[in-house]
Design a protein around this ligand. Structure first.
Ligand SMILES: [Fe+2]
Length: 382
């Protein structure tokens, strides 16, 4: 079968090769990259690599190159066997990761107060979400980009959240079980299970890994109080970075202890409140005033940490960052628990019972579901 993106011309140098496809697109590939990417060095069934980078020549040089069957055939100096590359495969890898995987893009929403969930975020009736994979793919992609998405019309029955989440990824079981009940109980082990208002927070920073996504399904809403609050932690951390860089630097470099103890769990982890990637991008926010453990009193960084910590806590209280929604029965929200902070206003369970069910999804499984859907819908083309 002819390749959709066939190679029609090549320009060869010993240390690099420029490829031109039949639609005029071109890309340059270094010889070292090509030598490390030989199809012959991968298992034909699994596609996994059979060689280790230590086995490669230090400076591979291209001796000969020709376009063949829409792909590329190369010979390297000092080697007898030819190397082959499909035109489609090279095309795929010439594209930037963000272009290949739009779910890796980020839409920041610093102005939470100005947002209306049904209009400004992915919002879909559950029946359409379940029946139409292309709409599910769009919804999940928006979930990844915005860090939050909503469903309506999820049946208000116990356990329905697990059926909905099975279409998004894998539910992670914790000491709370596969799902947890958010309703008031006497003597709660967690203040989430009380009438208290809850300030903006992320869940379970005491776990390793921290739950990737969280889902909350409203079975019985409270007509007064119990309003849900959401804010974009990446946007708030970005605001701190640009306005108070010293405080930001302290929060990205101070390990903070978190813990949770109950009859059947003893959980402890340390992590900075704002997490950076190796190249300095803000990748996660962890904030939970209920489960932060005492910092070591002897710590030399305590004096610098507290003002920055307090500054961040005050930013989280600023209404301008907060999207508010009084979620109704059958609404289900999913959010990135390492980015989107959530909270609620107080309510009175004596006057009106309020009942939500929640669960966590592993981070990688949600991204995997997006990739699988894209593949299934034939959208996974260069
Ligand atoms: Fe929570």
């Amino acid at each position: 079968m002819p390749e959709a993106h066939a190679i029609t011309a090549i320009q060869m140098m010993p240390d690099a090769l420029t490829v031109v496809w039949n639609d005029g697109q071109r890309a340059r590939f270094p010889a070292l990259w090509l030598r490390d990417s030989r199809a012959e060095d991968r298992d034909p069934h699994s596609g996994q690599r059979l060689v280790d980078v230590a086995d490669l020549p230090d400076e591979p040089r291209i001796r000969a190159a020709r376009a063949a069957n829409g792909g590329l055939e190369l010979e390297f100096e000092g080697e007898s066997s030819a190397s082959h590359y499909a035109g489609e495969w090279l095309r795929e890898h010439a594209r930037a990761a963000a272009e290949r995987r739009p779910e890796l893009g980020t839409n920041l929403w610093p102005n939470g107060a100005g947002r209306d969930a049904p209009h400004d975020h992915a919002w879909l009736e559950y029946a359409a979400f379940s029946a139409a994979p292309e709409r599910r793919l769009h919804w999940l992609t928006r979930l990844a980009q915005d860090g939050i998405a909503f469903l309506a019309g999820v049946p208000s029955r116990e356990g329905a959240i697990l059926e909905a989440c099975a279409q998004m990824g894998r539910v992670a079981e914790t000491n709370y079980g596969l799902l947890f009940e958010v309703r008031s109980v006497a003597r709660p082990e967690n203040l989430a299970y009380s009438d208290h208002g809850l300030g903006l927070h992320t869940d379970n920073p005491y776990r390793e890994p921290v739950p990737g996504f969280q889902a909350l399904h409203v079975l019985v809403s409270s007509p007064d109080g119990g309003e849900s609050l959401f804010a974009d932690g990446l946007a708030i951390a970005g605001h701190l970075r640009s306005t108070e860089p010293e405080a930001f630097a302290v929060l990205t470099s101070t390990p903070v202890p978190f813990q949770y103890r109950s009859a059947d769990a003893d959980l402890y982890a340390e992590r900075p409140l704002i997490q950076l990637s190796a190249d300095g991008r803000i990748t996660a926010v962890h904030y939970n005033n209920r489960s932060i453990a005492p910092l070591p009193p002897s710590s030399t960084t305590l004096a610098a940490f507290y003002p920055a910590y307090r500054r961040f806590a005050r930013l989280l209280r600023e209404p301008r960052f907060q999207m508010r929604r009084h979620m109704g029965d059958g609404e289900l929200v999913v959010f990135d628990n390492q980015r989107t902070l959530h909270g609620r206003t107080a309510f009175s369970s004596q006057r009106h019972p309020r009942h939500l069910q929640g669960c966590y999804l592993t981070r990688d499984s949600v991204y995997s579901e997006i990739g699988l859907l894209r593949r299934r819908l034939g959208d996974d083309r260069p």
